[in-house]
Design a protein around this ligand. Structure first.
Ligand code: FES
Length: 162
């Protein structure tokens, strides 16, 4: 269940939006941040807050690839597989990460830290290949650079928990 403070904040944001639908993605993302992924409970809560049906929230959630309707790791790694990144080695970057993690694209590491997902263009084509970890974009990513980025993420997660 959502804490009252977050609920009031979301209600205030919805009140400032021109329409409830305009605020919908923002609200859904906040619920995802709170629960880690968009659980059925979160869908119902978003619907209640927005005055939409759960089906309408579901439709929005499945449209956006950054909204997760199943459990994900603490950090989601989106590897762009659109044309510029593909041409600059995005495919082998994805294969490298999958092998390094011992998972298939779409999977989550055994320690629950990382989920690896392909995604459409991240708008950073000039710095292909691009990946995004959480909300942070990284361009011109080589396997070595990816290892550094993920080591830093691991460290940040460990110090957050420690
Ligand atoms: S094609 Fe990868 S960021 Fe645009």
């Amino acid at each position: 269940m959502l804490p009252d403070k977050l609920k009031s904040e979301l209600k205030a944001r919805i009140a400032h939006a021109v329409t409830n639908r305009e605020a919908a993605v923002d609200v859904i993302k906040e619920l995802q941040r709170h629960y880690g992924w968009l659980t059925d409970e979160a869908v119902a809560e978003a619907a209640a807050l927005l005055g939409l049906t759960p089906l309408q929230v579901e439709e929005l959630a499945t449209f956006y690839e950054m909204i997760y309707r199943r459990p994900v790791g603490k950090r989601v790694i989106h590897v762009c597989d659109s044309i510029s990144c593909w041409a600059m080695g995005g495919e082998s970057l994805m294969a490298h990460l999958a092998t390094a993690f011992g998972i298939e694209p779409g999977g989550t590491t055994a320690d629950g830290l990382f989920t690896l997902l392909p995604c459409c263009c991240l708008g950073n084509c000039g710095e292909a290949p691009t990946l995004m970890v959480g909300d942070t974009l990284h361009g011109r990513v080589t396997p070595e650079r990816a290892a550094e980025i993920l080591a830093a993420e691991r460290q940040a997660l460990a110090s957050k928990e420690g």
